[in-house]
Design a protein around this ligand. Sequence first.
Ligand SMILES: CC(C)(COP(=O)(O)OP(=O)(O)OC[C@H]1O[C@@H](n2cnc3c(N)ncnc32)[C@H](O)[C@@H]1OP(=O)(O)O)[C@@H](O)C(=O)NCCC(=O)NCCS
Length: 469
Amino acid sequence: MNTDRKATLEDLEKSFLDHYAVVAEKSNFFDSAFYEKFNVKRGLRNNDGSGVVVGLTEIGEVHGYTVEEFEKKPCEGRLRYRGYDVVDLVKGVQERGGLSGFEETIFLLLFNALPTQTELENFTKLLGNLRSLPPGFKEDVILRFPSPDIMNQLARSVLFNYSFDENPEDNSVKNVLRQSVELIARFPVMVAYAYQAKRHYHDEGSLVIHTPDPKLNTAENLLLMIRGPKNYSKLEAELLDLALVLHAEHGGGNNSTFAMRLITSAMTDTYSAIAGAIGSLKGIRHGGANIKVRYMIDNIKSNVPDYSDEKLLRDYMVKIVKKEVFDKRGLLYGIGHAVYTLSDPRAILLRERAEILAKDKGYEKEFQLYTNIEKLAPEVLHEVKGPGIKDLCANVDLYSGFVYEMLDIPQELFTPIFAISRVAGWCAHRLEEIVSGGKIIRPAYKSVIKPPVYTSIEKRVSGETQKKG
Ligand SMILES: CC(C)(COP(=O)(O)OP(=O)(O)OC[C@H]1O[C@@H](n2cnc3c(N)ncnc32)[C@H](O)[C@@H]1OP(=O)(O)O)[C@@H](O)C(=O)NCCC(=O)NCCS
């Protein structure tokens, strides 16, 4: 950085930022009692923690509790795509040999029908043929400006697709469908190349670019572009395919899909809407949680050398929840969910297959650590937080990072892989919002400021803050 510019920034930091950061923190605080006083559904949640119903959809359904006599009762979790139980969809894929479950899922989400064998083959072929990026895209968009963060690079790459689209603003169903299928096909390539660029330019590794193979499906192509051609087993490709199936859709209320519906309702272009959803998914309260699980596991392993000892593990988990160790936020990552109570079906399905790969690759001891965390978490949370704590089960993120680790997929790709899958759900919701929404989503915020008396510039006193109403 130019030295004059650096000096200016340093001055700015001293004279301005240090002071105004404190002012901004103080002046943005208001009493959380206002939420109750004005009956505002904070985080769009009801008092029992359930989400406020803000829309209708036929795409995905997340079921985690029943309501009897106005009381929430826990139950086993269920996830449906277009009405089909995801357990049946996964079993069907496994029975026919375990591949292209993700392509079937995309087809189902976009077109509300399970594909026939010929339709699935044709659709997989179509995606394969659409993977190549526009001319110069790889060099000028990805390699020229590599980012240390793949999600950031992905959002930027999605926005760049606009410039290569001859009809970017047309929000007709036909055009949005074309854009959706193109983006779903290109996501794995944009992610893999962003990772390779990061590895080379930020981490001083070799620059390795593998061209996707149009004959392969999404999971196989991802493994090819990250690990090299023919450098993976069928079992590995199947497990990655399963992870993609399980992350593709989660109803309209999850943060990134709601962001997609919100942005789409303003009738903006496809690229802007998808870039917004990527920004949401990156957050550690959403898709970014899968990396936190990984960090937590590393932390447990370094501090509980005999982590197969349940008593030692349990004691350390208590310390995590008491905010004494790890990141001191008191959270057991990979545990708990806004909707699921007794079980998250995605975690169960992933755990079943993860166990098989763990045996195949010699990760049994680690697999045991994950299942012990799942088993011990409810009692640890009851002990520390008291009997009033809500029912908490393992969520999909507990096992997804473990699966990716066994597949030799680097940590920085955990959340981007979630995006490669969830873009299918986002696109389905965008189409549904365009066809059946038709009204800008525009909730209300109540102002809680007490209007001050206007003062002319010569009478103003520096540092005087507004009084709260
Ligand atoms: C997923 C999650 C955000 C759901 O949150 P939610 O439905 O809004 O529930 P809340 O955060 O209000 O949780 C209610 C209480 O349980 C506690 N709790 C929930 N999950 C917890 C966890 N994994 N570890 C420790 N405490 C947890 C909360 O701290 C809160 O306690 P408090 O009332 O003392 O503050 C939450 O369970 C969580 O943070 N989990 C860990 C992160 C994670 O795995 N995310 C991936 C989700 S797929």
